[in-house]
Design a protein around this ligand. Structure first.
Ligand SMILES: Cc1cc2nc3c(=O)[nH]c(=O)nc-3n(C[C@H](O)[C@H](O)[C@H](O)COP(=O)(O)OP(=O)(O)OC[C@H]3O[C@@H](n4cnc5c(N)ncnc54)[C@H](O)[C@@H]3O)c2cc1C
Length: 426
């Protein structure tokens, strides 16, 4: 039985490890922290007794790789799926503007959603639909010259249309300022979500905390196939001989009894363990942040599962029953700001939009994820590396590798599956 060491226990590492375990390989997974999940995990908040996510994670019906992975590890039931796209956008004073694909006759249900969307004028609805009809006229080469904002302006999308749909959608999908993100990767996301049938645009949410939603099942699945996990064991360096990884040096030991190694750690962490090997010398990412605030209410009077806020620094509010989870993507400006100032700003916004009074809050928790996602700018898209490396037994996975997708769960899981396929084809 061939032994594969997977470095990193985020979604990419768990995906690679699960697919390889299933194919009969022996897995040892090394994780630097005491837990699985990487950038997508949950924990028990001692103050409130609630399980909270480090950040709300939204999946979509077009996340085929992720859905396959969840199915493989037996975690499918931990996801709640919409039957078709249904978003509750809200303007100030709790003016609800649903964007809802009623009925299942694709694509007419999406068209009717646009025509019933009250946040934009009739003229803007026509511009919006025109944008979609022209997407396939743009080549990758055209789009690589444009940022998302430049593309939207070229297609005469109005300021209100950008604020009422494009900005919230693009910032959530790419976690990047629309002035920086590549139009090419944005077009790929739009095609995946809106041009692949009815299910693709439906929102999927984990129905449990993230750790319970997939980490526990992945752990069980891999353990049942005789895989092994080592926690709190960061890899420090990889020793190479004749273009082959010979030893993995961790903080606890030197490992040499393996056939292949998969790195499923972020680029900045990989560069550290590859110091002195001139590995990916031309690749550096800029990152953007996500801020999540969990607000515990004395009484929860909200009925919808989530709201998208139009023209606000706060993009989404999720109703988790026990609490509200407030999401600010592209949140670099908030990273140096105190918790008190952030909560003031959030409460001001929520008061304006969903009429939430300060006195309704019992306590709150703010989580800042500084390097939540790499910025998918035109400069770096072609530099994302494939699964292969100059070392014969060493493969790359991670949401940042060349999956054609932005830094998402789907990209991470896809990269893990690709790495597993590369090992299997040896
Ligand atoms: C707040 C937030 C909200 C998000 N929301 C969404 C969303 O709504 N939808 C969506 O699709 N995506 C979302 N994402 C993105 C998604 O979480 C990531 O794309 C995905 O989790 C990345 O997985 P990964 O396995 O590639 O990397 P990571 O999750 O970063 O995993 C890497 C793992 O490697 C470990 N590691 C690092 N160095 C070493 C070492 N030397 N030795 C051993 N182990 C090491 C780390 O501890 C970590 O566990 C969000 C991200 C954040 C932070």
């Amino acid at each position: 039985m061939k032994k594969i060491v997977v470095i990193g226990g985020g979604l990419a590492g768990l995906s690679a490890a699960s697919f390889l375990s299933n194919a009969g390989f022996k897995i040892e997974l090394l994780e630097a922290s005491p837990k699985l999940g990487g950038r997508a995990y949950s924990f028990l908040d001692n103050e409130t007794g609630a399980v909270i996510d480090n950040g709300q994670h939204i999946l979509m019906g077009c996340y085929n790789e992720t859905l396959n992975f969840f199915k493989l590890i037996g975690a499918e039931e931990n996801l709640t799926k919409q039957s078709h796209l249904s978003l509750n956008f809200v303007k100030q004073n709790f003016e609800l503007c649903p964007l809802k694909a009623s009925g299942s006759l694709y694509p007419f249900n999406l068209l009717s959603a646009v025509f019933n969307y009250s946040a934009i004028s009739f003229y803007e609805k026509l511009l919006f639909i025109k944008f979609f009809t022209k997407i396939y006229l743009y080549t990758d080469k055209d789009l690589k010259e444009l940022t998302v904002l430049e593309w939207l302006l070229l297609e005469k999308q109005t300021a209100n249309l950008i604020k009422s749909f494009w900005e919230i959608f693009a910032v959530s999908a790419l976690n990047t300022d629309i002035k920086k993100a590549s139009a090419k990767i944005f077009a790929a996301v739009i095609k995946k979500i809106f041009f692949r049938g009815n299910d693709a645009s439906a929102i999927i949410l984990p129905s449990l905390g993230l750790t319970e939603a997939y980490c526990d099942d992945a752990l069980r699945f891999i353990n049942n196939k005789e895989g092994r996990f080592s926690f709190s064991e960061p890899v420090i360096t990889l020793n190479v001989q004749d273009s082959v990884i010979k030893e993995i040096v961790t903080t606890k030991r030197v490992i040499s009894d393996f056939d292949c190694v998969i790195s499923a750690i972020p680029l900045y962490a990989l560069k550290k363990i590859m110091t002195g090997k001139n590995f990916l010398p031309d690749l550096e990412f800029d990152y953007s942040s996500i801020l999540t605030a969990h607000l515990f209410l004395k009484e929860n009077r909200f009925v919808n599962t989530f709201y998208g806020l139009i023209d606000s620094p706060v993009q989404w509010v999720f109703n988790k029953g026990t609490h509200l989870t407030v999401v600010i993507s592209n949140a670099d400006n908030f990273m140096g700001v105190s918790q008190e100032e952030i909560i003031e700003l959030i409460l001001d916004e929520l008061n304006k939009y969903i009429l939430l009074g300060r006195s309704e809050i019992s306590t709150y928790k703010i989580i800042k994820e500084k390097r939540a996602a790499f910025i998918p700018s035109n400069d770096i898209l072609d530099k994302r590396p494939s699964v292969y490396t100059p070392f014969k037994n060493f493969f790359l996975a991670g949401d940042w590798t060349d999956t054609g997708l932005p830094a998402t769960i789907e990209s991470a899981v896809k990269s893990g599956r690709i790495a597993a396929d590369a090992v299997r084809s040896l």
